[in-house]
Design a protein around this ligand. Structure first.
Ligand code: G3H
Ligand code: 13P
Ligand code: ZN
Ligand code: NA
Length: 280
C-alpha cells in the first residue's frame, strides 16, 4: 500500500489542488500549523528544515514536532526539508514519514547517483523521497533566472534513473520574499516538465507568489507547495502586536503569534485548495 504522503498527492492530482508543506520552528509555530490543519480540515506536511535543525538538532526537532502533533487531531506527516545526505539517514532512523534529499548543488550525474542511493534506502522503509533539480535562489541573490531553471530533459532522466517520488523544480520561485515585483512563474516550463515526468511536482518558495500564479502552477502539475516566510512573518506580526501593547509576558506574545500564524496558514490551505480535503 502507498504511503500517506503519496496517497495525499494522488488525491491532490485527482482533485486539482496542492497540499501545503510548512516549516516548524518551535512549539508555538508547530501548534499553529496543527491548529490550521484541524480548522481547515486539511492535510499538512510539517517540515523540519534548515532553520530549526541548526537551532535544536534533528532529533530534538523531531521529538518536538511529534509531541505536538500527537496532541492534535490534525492529519499530518513529518517531512525532512532540504536534507543533506547524513541527515537523511538520521531522519530515516528516527521514523520520518517523508524526506527531501537536496542534491541540487551537485553536478547532475552526482545528484542522480546520490539521490538514487537515498531512494533505494528510504523505500526499504516505505518512506517516499522528494528531490530537487535546478536551483532555487534566495531572495537576496541576484541571479540570471534562466540558468536556475530546471531543464526538461534532465528532469525526465533524473526521475527515471532515481525513482524519486516527488520532484522539486526551479521555475521562477525563490526562498523568501522580495520587496519588488516577484519573478513570474514559468508556467509553460512547468507544463513541459509535467509532460515528461510521471511524479507530482513540488514548488518551494511559495511565499510571495500571487494566488493566480499558484493556481496556474497547480493546473500544470504542482501538487505540493512549500511555504515558510509568509507564515514566519505572520507569527512575528503577532509578537510585534502583543509587545506594541506594552510590556507583556513572553507566553502572551507567543500565543498571539501562534494565532496569527494559524490564521495565515488556513488562508494558504484555502488558496492551495487542500482545505476541506480531510473532511468527513
Ligand atoms: O527552505 C528552507 C527554509 O525554510 C528557508 O526558508 O527562505 O523563508 O528562510 P526562508
Ligand atoms: P518560502 O519561505 O519562500 O515560502 O519557501 C519555503 C520553502 O521552500 C521551504 O522548503
Ligand atoms: Zn525550500
Ligand atoms: Na518565496
Amino acid at each position: 500500500t502507498e504511503s500517506k504522503p503519496l496517497q495525499w498527492l494522488q488525491q491532490a492530482r485527482d482533485g486539482g489542488y496542492a497540499v501545503g508543506a510548512f516549516n516548524v520552528h518551535n512549539d508555538e509555530t508547530t501548534q499553529a500549523l496543527l491548529l490550521a490543519a484541524e480548522q481547515a480540515q486539511s492535510p499538512v506536511f510539517l517540515q523540519i528544515g534548515r532553520a530549526v535543525v541548526p537551532h535544536m538538532g534533528l532529533r530534538k526537532a523531531w521529538e518536538m514536532t511529534v509531541r505536538n502533533a500527537r496532541e492534535s487531531d490534525a492529519d499530518y506527516v513529518v517531512h525532512l526539508d532540504h536534507g543533506p545526505y547524513d541527515e537523511v539517514l538520521e531522519a530515516i532512523r528516527l521514523g520520518f514519514d517523508s524526506i527531501m534529499y537536496d542534491g541540487a548543488h551537485l553536478p547532475f550525474e552526482e545528484n542522480i547517483a546520490t539521490t538514487r542511493k537515498v531512494v533505494q534506502l528510504a523505500h526499504e522503509y516505505g518512506i517516499p523521497v522528494e528531490a530537487e533539480l535546478g536551483r532555487i535562489p534566495d531572495a537576496d541573490e541576484h541571479i540570471e533566472w534562466g540558468s536556475y531553471y530546471t531543464d526538461v530533459d534532465e528532469a525526465e532522466r533524473f526521475v527515471a534513473e532515481t525513482g524519486v517520488d516527488m520532484l522539486a523544480i526551479s521555475a521562477g520561485v525563490m526562498h523568501g520574499t522580495t520587496a519588488g515585483e516577484p519573478q513570474p512563474l514559468a508556467i509553460d516550463l512547468i507544463a513541459r516538465i509535467r509532460d515528461v515526468v510521471p511524479v507530482p511536482l513540488v514548488l518551494h518558495g511559495a511565499s510571495g507568489v500571487p494566488d493566480a500564479q499558484m493556481h496556474a502552477a497547480i493546473g500544470v502539475g504542482v501538487h505540493k507547495l512549500n511555504a515558510d516566510t509568509d507564515l514566519r512573518l505572520a507569527f512575528r506580526g503577532g509578537l510585534e502586536e502583543a509587545f506594541g501593547e506594552g510590556d507583556r509576558q513572553l507566553e502572551y506574545a507567543l500565543l498571539r503569534g501562534r494565532d496569527r500564524m494559524a490564521a495565515a496558514t488556513v488562508a494558504k490551505m484555502r488558496a492551495y485548495g487542500c482545505a476541506g480535503a480531510t473532511a468527513g
